[in-house]
Write a protein of this length. Structure first.
Length: 143
């Protein structure tokens, strides 16, 4: 599944004439399930290294997790990433926002209003009554 999510990000960026290479990708939620502070077994731990292998500039925001350990798939090198601040500027500066874990205490309306592009793997926007447009790719929903 992580490779499929990366493929969705690639396709979404390609539709807007961008590549993952050099794109700023903001991941929302790295916990393994909503509203918990445990990243073990989270798909984010596999998705982030795949995006970085493609030279994506990846940051994450998670209100429950301040730092995660990421292992490079090829070199096995380990690094630690810290959660960024989530605000309108951070969202506007991202080429793609990737929603992996849909915590309840995230302002999805602000994310939707300020994003250039969103890949929503949890249908988080629609679940909260946000009427999505063509900037949004939802896992499992064809257009």
């Amino acid at each position: 599944m992580p490779r499929y999510i990366v493929q969705l990000v690639m396709e979404a960026l390609n539709k807007h004439k961008k590549a993952v290479n050099g794109s700023k990708i903001l991941i929302i939620g790295v916990a393994y399930k909503p509203n918990v502070g445990d990243p073990r077994e989270s798909p984010a731990l596999k998705i982030i290294p795949l995006l970085e292998e493609l030279n994506g500039e990846v940051e994450f925001y998670d209100p429950y997790i301040s730092e995660i350990k990421i292992e490079n798939n090829k070199t096995k090198e380990v690094k630690y990433m810290k959660s960024c601040v989530l605000d309108e500027e951070k969202v506007r500066n991202a080429d793609c926002v990737l929603i992996i874990t849909d915590h309840d205490n995230i302002d999805y309306e602000m994310i939707f209003k300020n994003s250039k592009l969103i890949v929503d793997t949890r249908n988080a926007l629609r679940k909260r009554g946000i009427k999505v447009d063509d900037r949004v790719t939802i896992l499992g929903v064809s257009k």
